[in-house]
Ligand binder design. Structure first.
Ligand code: PMP
Length: 414
């Protein structure tokens, strides 16, 4: 004991400080903050008053950068369901779904998902990130191929790396490139094509119909991440795949509770007869604690209500069209020519302009997402606006006024 104490006391610094790899990042961040701007990645919501309003730095702020597409976070039935579960089941589960972590409301959330998607199988994970990590790594292992869009979300890439499959990337949204790359692969190995309904950086949607046809032609299975479309694409709000008439043609749908559902959690649904077996082999499902009962109870209630949320779907699309049209008329360069989803990205030429404008907007009272490489494609700097069904026309007109003033101030528009 004394010997160990003496050794620790006399120890030298490590031969190589593993933290030194962050020096570049630390310097870059310092330079940004030294220029006098608010840190866009350190926003604190001091108070949240509704799905579209919060208090940030003491100022009443319109929220235009959350993924609260359907505005379910303050739904009275959703809140009541969470409170009741908290009272009845306590604050947490203290364990994995495989052991003591499956409660009544985990089953209710999975049933709500089966009903919502009209599918036979549903598995709830602790986040959407873990759903992708788990399902992709469990489905495609050593010797299999994963063919994915180059602009895929980080959770998809991480799922690919974890499973050790061969990875083949195709050019973003290019049906032709997908076809070409699938055509070069050997016939025998298992193949999983991974797509997203809505790509969250630019808000563009995938030509799923053509892509699924190509995947099937080459004998591949298809997984679609519908994180940014749940609730408002398609007649039942299932996603872009439903909107494009592919209900019977996709093998796996991944989604999240952190966006339209308004809480936290992730899931995969499927009609595959052997789908339940995933639970027995999936490490990100087994080796982590399950969601608290209050969270799954709110998810179950929210998903059930989203099935019938036709008015909200309508309002969200009206809002997306109004904001897209207004920003375009002001002369901003946008991520898509027409409003394709509830995400509208304003493209700026440099980090300085993006941060300057982001800050000017915040000071006027609207919060949007600042996005930069490596999260963005092609090294772009973006101010991402995500709409909510609960934004009023008056709020959006105020936002357009703020964009006009901020855009002129930084020289982004004439
Ligand atoms: N997939 C996509 C396409 C996403 O954008 C995200 C989160 N932004 C996720 C998965 C992960 O979802 P979660 O927040 O539930 O971890």
């Amino acid at each position: 004991m004394a010997e160990a104490d003496a050794m620790i006391a006399g120890a030298q610094a490590p031969a190589r400080d593993l933290m030194s790899k962050f020096d570049g990042l630390i310097a870059e961040r310092k330079a940004l903050l030294d220029s006098g701007v608010t840190d866009p990645f350190a926003i604190v919501m001091d108070e949240v008053r509704s799905p579209t309003q919060a208090v940030i730095k003491g100022r009443e702020t319109i929220l235009l950068g959350t993924y609260n597409y359907m505005g379910m976070t303050f739904d009275p039935d959703v809140i009541a369901a969470g409170k009741a579960a908290l009272d009845q089941f306590g604050s947490g589960t203290n364990g994995s779904r495989m052991l003591n972590g499956t409660f009544r409301d985990h089953m209710a959330a999975e049933q709500a998902l089966r009903d919502f998607y009209g599918m036979t199988g549903a598995i709830v994970f602790s986040t959407g990130y873990q759903a992708n990590l788990g399902i992709i790594s469990t489905l495609a292992g050593k010797g299999d191929y994963i063919i994915l869009d180059a602009d895929s979300h980080a959770s998809i890439y991480d799922g690919c790396a974890m499973g050790n499959a061969e990875i083949v990337r195709f050019r973003h949204n290019s049906v032709e490139d997908l076809d070409k790359r699938l055509g070069r692969l050997p016939a025998e190995p298992g193949k999983l094509v991974v797509l997203e309904g809505v790509y969250s950086m630019l808000g563009d949607i995938a030509p799923l119909k053509e892509m699924v046809a190509v995947a099937k032609k080459h004998g591949a299975m298809v997984l679609v991440d519908e994180a940014h479309s749940m609730g408002f694409f398609g007649a039942h709000g299932r996603g872009v795949y439903e909107d494009q008439g592919l209900d019977a043609d996709v093998d796996f749908i991944v989604g999240t509770f952190s966006k339209s559902v308004g809480t936290v959690g992730g899931f995969c649904v499927s009609n595959h007869p052997k789908f339940e077996a995933v639970r027995l082999a999936c490490r990100p499902y087994i080796f982590t604690a399950s969601l608290p009962p209050s969270v799954v109870a709110t998810a179950a209630m929210s998903i059930t209500k989203l099935m019938h949320a036709h008015d909200k779907r309508q309002r969200l699309w009206d809002n997306a069209r109004h904001l897209h049209g207004g920003l375009k008329a002001l002369g901003f360069r946008l991520g898509t020519e027409t409003p394709e989803s509830a995400i509208i990205a304003v493209i700026l030429p440099s980090q300085e302009e993006a941060v300057g404008m982001w800050q000017a907007l915040l000071e006027q009272g609207v919060y949007v997402n600042m996005a930069r490489p490596p999260a963005t494609p092609a090294g772009m700097f973006l101010l991402r606006c995500s709409l909510c069904a609960e934004h009023s026309r008056e709020q959006l007109d105020r936002v357009l006024g703020m964009f006009a003033a901020a855009g002129r101030a930084v020289g982004a528009i004439a």
